[in-house]
Each structure stands twice: as C-alpha cells, then as structure tokens.
Design a protein around this ligand. Structure first.
Ligand SMILES: Nc1ncnc2c1ncn2[C@@H]1O[C@H](COP(=O)(O)OP(=O)(O)OP(=O)(O)O)[C@@H](O)[C@H]1O
Ligand SMILES: Nc1ccn([C@H]2C[C@H](O)[C@@H](COP(=O)(O)O)O2)c(=O)n1
Length: 238
C-alpha cells in the first residue's frame, strides 16, 4: 500500500476551502475534515445550552463535554451533536454571527485542535474510512498549527470582491450591491475577528498559495490537485 497523504488547506471565508477540499478528497479517495464545522457545532452546542459566550471558562468546559459525531466521508456529510443533526443549523446566520466568539476562545481551540489531530491521525491507518490513504483537512490553522507536517499545505485565497460575490450568490442567489452588503458581516467582519488568534491571510513558509479569484470551482480543484500530484505523486482515481 502507498504512503498516506495528508493535505492541509487554509484560507479566508468564501475562498472556496470547503467546496474545493471536499471535491479534492473525493477524487483522490481520501477522507475529508471540515474543521470550521467543528467550531460551528461548538457554537450551536453552547447556545443551545444557554451558555453566555463571553464566559470563556464555561464555553471551554461545554466544548470539552460536547458529544460530537462528525463524519469524514466527502460524499456524505454527517454532523451530529448529542444525537441532533446540526448540518443545516450551523450554516444559519445566528451561528455565523456568533462563531468567532467561540473560535477566539483559546481553550476551545486547544480542545478542537486535539480532536482534529486525532481525526487526521486516524486516517493514516488501514482500519479507517480512507483505508489509510489519508485525508484533506481544511480550516484556518491546519497548515500552520494543527498539521504543520502535512505532505501538502495550501493557502487558498481569492480577492475580497470574489469572496463577497460568491457568498452573496450562495445566500441570496445574486451578487448585486444589496446582496453583497448583506454578506459583509459573514465574510469580512468574521475574518477580522478570527484573524486575531490565527494567521490565514499570508502563507507560512512552505505553504503553496492557490489564488482562485479568476478560477471557477473546477479550475480551482484542478489547481489544488496539481499541487498534490507535484508534491506527493498522488493522482485522482479513475
Ligand atoms: N473557484 C470558485 N469559483 C466560483 N465559486 C466558488 C469557487 N470556489 C467556491 N465557490 C463557491 O463559493 C461559495 C463559498 O465556498 P466555500 O463555502 O467552499 O468557501 P469557504 O472558504 O469554505 O468559506 P467559509 O470559510 O466561510 O465556510 C460556495 O457557494 C462555492 O460553491
Ligand atoms: N481551523 C479553523 C476552522 C474554523 N475556524 C473558525 C473561523 C470561522 O469563523 C468559523 C467557522 O468556519 P467556516 O465554516 O466558516 O470555515 O470557525 C477557525 O478558527 N479555525
């Protein structure tokens, strides 16, 4: 059997991390880990438990006790907290507005980092979803903190304009001025808050930047697959 491949992808909001990482994992036959979904699930859990997000100790304790069940199959999204399917809830505005308060809690980051490393290591052994082929993990600090030794490390970027337009189209079905204005908080304010605890705008040493501003989704997936092939020899399965 060939060596496991770990691909780490970071980038700002709306750069395409989730869509691109999921598709890259699918084509390479790897597992997929959406670490942003973990922060969103943690936010859902704290709000549902009526914890004041400003009470950092209470939030951290709740996250340590969170009964999270997250799938790693790129073709079948699974995300449950305490048996509840939270896939739809965590994408809603009430979570997007609050998630940075949880993601900037350093004790929460330590706990989720532990779970993320466990999930990544779990995919390098034969008895796993990927049968030991490896994983694509994406977020904000995967290339730098969670998996700095990953075989492939990519910073996926896109201009502010492109990211706002993408999110506006996704949420409002159009990228006119009103729709773009309505997404600013979700994209720019969130990046500003999140970047107080983690660097995801500038590539660290050894991290390859893929700028998707002028690429469509398919071209971006191909660009990342090219980087993976160049650095590891791994290619899409027929
Ligand atoms: N290269 C691309 N060209 C055009 N649209 C894209 C491209 N990449 C992603 N998209 C679209 O942009 C939207 C945002 O992408 P996605 O959710 O993957 O970004 P993200 O970086 O994971 O964002 P966030 O961190 O906020 O969750 C989606 O609707 C996706 O289909
Ligand atoms: N490794 C990560 C992943 C995510 N976050 C934070 C930043 C976001 O505001 C939030 C949700 O992520 P998204 O689903 O939008 O990618 O989680 C982080 O700090 N570190």
């Amino acid at each position: 059997m060939s060596q496991p491949v770990v691909v780490a992808i970071d980038g700002p909001s709306g750069s395409g991390k989730s869509s691109v990482s999921r598709e890259v994992a699918r084509r390479l036959g790897l597992a997929y880990l959406d670490t942003g979904a973990m922060y969103r699930a943690a936010t859902w859990w704290c709000l549902r438990s009526e914890i004041d997000l400003a009470d950092t100790a209470a939030v951290a304790a709740a996250v340590r006790a969170m009964p999270l069940d997250q799938g790693v199959d790129p073709s079948v999204e699974k995300l449950e907290v305490d048996g509840a399917d939270v896939r739809a809830d965590i994408r809603e505005t009430w979570i997007s507005e609050k998630v940075s308060a949880v993601a900037t809690n350093l004790d929460v980051r330590a706990e989720l980092r532990r779970l993320q490393r466990e999930a990544i290591a779990g995919q390098t052994v034969p008895d796993s979803f990927s049968e030991g082929r490896g994983i694509v993990a994406e977020g904000r600090d995967i290339t730098t903190v969670v998996a700095p030794d990953a075989d492939v490390r990519v910073l996926l970027t896109a201009s502010e304009e492109a990211r706002l337009a993408r999110r506006a189209r996704e949420l409002h079905g159009a990228a006119d001025a009103a729709a773009v204005d309505a997404t600013r908080d979700q994209v720019l304010r969130r990046d500003r808050d999140d970047s107080t605890v983690v660097e995801f705008q500038v590539a660290a040493d050894g991290v390859v930047t893929v700028d998707s501003s002028d690429l469509d989704l398919e071209q971006t997936v191909d660009a990342v697959l090219d980087v993976v092939a160049r650095l590891t020899g791994a290619r899409p399965r027929a």
